[in-house]
Design a protein around this ligand. Structure first.
Ligand code: IPM
Ligand code: MG
Length: 387
């Protein structure tokens, strides 16, 4: 290797490989999921983020405080508000998640997180990693579960997006070899693919789903997507009652708008980037990304969030108070279910369905033609009281 640029790039690549091999060892050593039933006190971290984040997260916090009032009084649940995940603070500290904020997050059991602004190349901000992506990696939240339901159209999908690997694992550590040549990396591990597949198939079995669709581009991205498929099939062998089929991500985006075929899909299991893209498409059928929440699950921690970004334009145009809280309220419902309060979770989900799809006494439009975020929150709360 006599070319200096090649040598430098190879050294950087070697360091990335070492880092990923360490991660594999960490995954091998991992135990089982925490059991919340055995915890005396569950700490719920509330992290508003930035843009419309604090507004819609505040609404979801108010709902959780309302639904969990007895548990808080009995000392079984406590809330911990975590500031400092704002773009200003992250830019100032030049860290995706400043150290003190990360320590506070790690002191929680579960986290409700509002959207955070992600710097991108050319926007004048330093090239720090997305706080979302960093949190998923730091807390090893390997499963991004994104349900989409539109009962009148027969849509009932649950997307299991691998959340720590693929194009995201070292997405901020691509290499500019020369001025002309750049590389990014896609990472897949046997442990990473197996654990998300096990969670997806387990969920299918426990919730009566009969089909899991694997979505990749293994016809082109042959090694990493090919391995992902292979590892998912190995897990599928343990679930003979569940049908497994394979789709390429491009045709899947088409089939999701095919009214005759899309009703047949149930669980979609996919690598990180395809999951990111397809979950936005899927959410659009339900009324847009503003209506969709997500669970980010790991063995030790779990984080619940909206699937959309921080909408800085809404803030710049003074429309923040009209932001739709439904994504964060759905996220709050998933949080309740995850920590064992299924009945409360069902109530919140039921009230959201009534307010959003059935009664529709108030509508959110994102501007002053609709109700405010707080008014919608009150509407959902009143509906819960009537259930
Ligand atoms: C999401 C978002 C994030 C992602 C962005 C904000 C980095 O689009 O949660 O889907 O790509 O994962
Ligand atoms: Mg996304």
């Amino acid at each position: 290797m006599n070319n200096e640029a090649t040598k430098n790039a190879a050294e950087k690549f070697a360091a990335l490989i070492e880092e990923q091999l360490k991660r594999v060892e960490m995954m091998k050593a991992q135990g089982d999921f925490v059991d919340y039933a055995n915890k005396d006190n569950i700490i719920i971290g509330i992290c508003g983020g930035d843009g419309i984040g604090p507004i819609i997260t505040g609404e979801a916090q108010r709902m959780l405080e309302f639904l969990l009032a007895d548990e808080v009084a009995a000392g079984k649940i406590s809330f911990k508000v975590i500031d400092g995940l704002t773009i200003e603070n992250r830019v100032e500290k030049l860290k995706a998640i400043p150290d003190d904020v990360l320590a506070e997050l790690k002191a929680c059991d579960v986290i409700l997180k509002g959207p955070t602004t992600t710097p991108q190349k050319g926007d004048g901000r330093p090239n720090i990693e997305s706080a979302n992506v960093a949190m998923r990696k730091e807390l090893d939240l390997f499963a991004n579960v994104r349900p989409v339901k539109v009962p009148e159209k027969g849509i009932d999908w649950v997307i299991f997006r691998e959340n720590t690997e693929g194009g995201y694992a070292i997405g901020s550590e691509g290499i500019n070899v020369t001025e002309d040549l750049a590389f990014d990396f896609v990472v897949t591990t046997k442990q990473g693919s197996t654990r998300i597949a096990e969670l997806a198939y387990d969920y299918a079995r426990k919730n009566g789903y009969t089909r899991v669709s694997l979505v990749t581009k293994a016809n082109v991205i042959k090694t990493t997507d090919g391995n992902f498929l292979e590892d998912c099939h190995k897990v599928a062998d343990n679930y003979p009652e569940i049908t497994t089929d394979e789709w390429y991500a491009d045709i899947m985006t088409a089939k999701l708008i095919d009214e005759k075929r899309r009703k047949d899909f149930q669980i979609l299991l996919l690598p990180n980037l395809y999951g990111d893209i397809i979950s936005d498409e899927a959410a659009e059928f339900q009324g847009g990304v503003g209506t969709a929440g997500a669970a980010n699950l790991g063995k030790k921690y779990a984080m619940f969030e909206a699937i959309h970004g921080s909408a800085p334009r809404m803030i710049a145009e003074g429309r923040g108070c009209y932001a739709d809280p439904c994504s964060m309220l759905r996220a709050a419902a998933m949080l309740l279910s995850h920590i064992g309060y299924q009945e409360k979770s069902d109530k919140l989900t039921r009230a959201l369905d009534i307010c959003s799809f059935e009664e529709k006494k108030l509508t959110i439009t994102g501007r002053n033609t609709g109700c405010t975020c707080e008014e919608f929150g009150n509407y959902v709360m009143e509906t819960i009281k009537g259930l």
